[in-house]
Design a protein around this ligand. Structure first.
Ligand SMILES: [Zn+2]
Length: 508
C-alpha cells in the first residue's frame, strides 16, 4: 500500500499525562499515508516515555536527551523493500504541547495564538470584523498617530501574520517575548509552524468546557445575598444534576463551591467528547438556570457549535466554504452571547484558521483521539502489574512494542518486532542496554520496514476501528483490543527478561 508513495509523512505525537504521581510525556509516531487506522492507540509506534517534573519548554529540553532529539531530527527517509523514501515530519498534539515544542510564551502572553501573531486584544477579529486600529504613541511634539488595518490572520500566509521560524529567530534576537516568541524551538528547525495543525478533539473539549464554565458563572450570580442566594443556587444545582443523571449518569455532577465565599456553582468530574455530546442536548435546562436573554443566547451558541462540529466531522474539502461560513458565524454568536467578553485561543482558531487547515490538510490526520486513548492504555499498563516493575517506564515501553508485535500476522514480522523490543528498546543511561543497542544499530532500516508492512496489513482489517474523528475516547469501546491480562503481562516480562542493573531512571 505504501509502495506507491514517493514521499511519506510521519506525524510525531507528544502528549503529557499523569500516571499515578508521575508526570509522563509520551512520544509516538504514525505514518499519515497509512490512513486513520494507523493513529489508533494500538498502532501508534512508541518512541519514548519520559518522566518530567513539569511540562514546559525548558523542562522538556532538559529531560529529552540530546541523543533522542538528534535522532528525530536526522530521520530523513524510510527504507521500504530496499527503496529509500524521503519523509516529511508533522507535529501532532494539543495546543499546549505546541506552545512547548515551538518555544512560545503561551496563552497568557500578548500573542497567544500558536499559529499567528494576532494581538490578544484582537483575537476575536475575523474576516467579517476587520477594522482600522488607531494607535497613538508619545506625547506633545513626539506624538505619532498610526492607523493599522487589523484583519483576519492566517496560519500559512506570512502577509497575514502567520508565524514562522525565521520570524522567531529575529524576535528572539531582538527582545524576549516579542510577538510571543520566548525560546528556541525544542527540535530546532525540524517543525515549521505549518507542520502543525489544530487537533479538533481538544478544540471540541475545551470549547464546550468554557461554554459550561461561563454558563455556571452566570447562573451563580443571583443578585441576592445570604440564605436567599444559597437557596436559588441549590435549586439550580438540583435541576442541573437531574439533567446529568438523565444524560451522562452520576459520574458528572454539580455542587456549591465551598471554597468560594460567594457560594457559586461548580462542576465535578470530566466530560469526554462522547459525554459532551450527550450532555449538550436541547433538553439542557438553559431557562431554569440562566436569565431569559442569556438562556436564549447560550442555547444558540451551543447549537451553532454543534453545527460546526458536524461540518468538521463530515470532513469535506468541497464544502470548505460552508465550514468557513459556520466558523465565522460561531465566533459572531459567541461574541454576541454575553457569555464572556473575550475569546479563547481555540475560538480565535475557529474564526481564522480552522477552514484554512481543512482546505490544505485532512483535519482527521491531526486528531489526537488515538493518542489520548494511548494514555489510558499507559495508565492501565502501569497499574496492571501486581509486582511494581523495577523500571516502570522501560517495562511499559516494551509492553507497547509487544502489543505492536501482536498486530502482525506474519511470523517473521513478529519475530523482528520482538527482537526490536528486546534489543532496540533501551534506557538511555543503562550501559548494558546501550551495548545491546549498538549491536542493533545497523538494522535501523529494518525497523521502519516492518512498520510499513504492518500498516499495509492492518489497513485491510481495522477499518471499523477508526471511530469518526470527533468522537473521543469512550472508555469501554476499545477495551478488548488493549486490555492485557495479568498472565500475559507476566509472560511478556519473562520474555523480555527485564533484569538490567544500575538504572536510576528518570528517562527511558
Ligand atoms: Zn491565530
Amino acid at each position: 500500500m505504501l509502495d506507491n508513495y514517493d514521499k511519506l509523512t510521519i506525524r510525531i505525537n507528544m502528549d503529557g499525562t499523569l500516571i499515578g504521581n508521575k508526570h509522563i510525556v509520551a512520544i509516538s509516531i504514525n505514518c499519515i499515508e497509512g490512513g486513520h487506522q494507523s493513529q489508533t492507540s494500538k498502532n501508534l509506534v512508541p518512541l519514548g516515555l519520559f518522566e518530567i517534573e513539569k511540562e514546559n519548554t525548558d523542562m522538556l529540553r532538559k529531560t529529552l536527551p540530546k541523543e533522542f532529539i538528534d535522532d528525530i531530527k536526522t530521520g530523513k527517509c524510510i527504507t521500504i523493500e530496499k527503496r529509500n523514501v524521503p519523509i516529511q515530519i508533522k507535529l501532532g498534539g494539543d495546543l499546549m504541547n505546541a506552545v512547548y515544542v515551538f518555544g512560545l510564551a503561551g496563552f497568557s502572553s500578548n500573542h497567544p495564538c500558536v499559529f499567528c501573531t494576532q494581538h490578544k486584544d484582537d483575537l476575536h477579529i475575523t474576516e467579517e470584523t476587520a477594522y482600522d486600529k488607531t494607535v497613538v504613541e508619545g506625547k506633545g511634539k513626539t506624538k505619532k498617530t498610526t492607523v493599522t488595518r487589523i484583519g483576519a490572520t492566517s496560519y500559512h500566509d506570512l502577509n497575514k501574520r502567520a508565524r514562522s521560524l525565521a520570524e522567531q529567530k529575529l524576535c528572539i534576537l531582538e527582545k524576549n517575548n516579542a510577538l510571543g516568541y520566548k525560546h528556541e524551538p525544542l527540535f530546532g528547525d525540524l517543525f515549521e509552524y505549518t507542520d502543525y495543525c489544530v487537533d479538533t478533539l481538544h478544540m471540541k473539549l475545551r470549547i464546550f468546557d468554557i461554554i459550561l464554565k461561563d454558563m455556571l458563572s452566570h447562573a451563580s450570580r443571583t443578585g441576592k445575598y445570604g440564605s436567599e442566594h444559597l437557596a436559588i443556587i441549590e435549586n439550580k444545582i438540583k435541576i442541573l444534576n437531574q439533567h446529568c443523571q438523565k444524560t451522562v449518569g452520576k459520574r458528572f455532577f454539580f455542587q456549591v463551591d465551598v471554597d468560594d465565599k460567594n457560594k457559586t456553582i461548580t462542576s465535578h468530574g470530566k466530560l469526554s467528547g462522547h459525554l459532551q455530546d450527550l450532555f449538550f442536548v436541547d433538553t439542557f435546562p438553559y431557562d431554569d438556570v440562566l436569565d431569559d436573554e442569556l438562556a436564549q443566547s447560550a442555547r444558540v451558541v451551543v447549537n451553532k457549535f454543534k453545527e460546526l462540529l458536524q461540518e468538521v466531522k463530515a470532513n469535506s474539502k468541497t464544502h470548505n466554504d460552508r465550514l468557513k461560513f459556520l466558523s465565522i458565524q460561531f465566533v459572531k454568536v459567541f461574541r454576541a452571547s454575553g457569555l464572556r467578553t473575550t475569546v479563547t485561543p481555540y475560538i480565535h482558531i475557529i474564526g481564522n484558521h480552522l477552514f484554512e487547515f481543512n482546505q490544505l490538510n485532512d483535519l482527521g490526520d491531526f486528531n489526537m483521539q488515538g493518542v489520548e486513548k494511548g494514555n489510558d492504555l499507559l495508565s492501565r499498563l502501569y497499574f496492571s502489574s501486581t509486582n511494581p516493575a523495577k523500571y516502570p517506564l522501560l517495562t511499559m515501553l516494551q509492553k507497547l512494542y509487544r502489543m505492536l508485535e501482536m498486530n502482525f500476522e506474519n511470523q517473521n514480522h513478529r519475530d523482528a518486532m520482538a527482537e526490536f523490543a528486546r534489543t532496540g528498546v533501551y534506557d538511555l543511561v543503562d550501559d548494558a542496554a546501550l551495548e545491546r543497542r549498538s549491536s542493533y544499530k545497523h538494522k535501523d532500516g529494518k525497523f521502519f520496514n516492518i512498520n510499513d508492512e504492518q500498516e499495509e496489513e492492518s489497513s485491510n482489517k481495522d477499518k471499523d476501528q477508526y471511530v469518526a474523528s470527533l468522537d473521543e475516547t469512550n472508555e469501554s469501546e476499545d477495551q478488548n483490543n488493549i486490555d492485557l491480562n495479568e498472565s500475559m503481562i507476566q509472560t511478556i516480562e519473562k520474555r523480555l527478561n527485564i533484569t538490567s542493573p544500575s538504572m536510576n531512571r528518570k528517562q527511558l
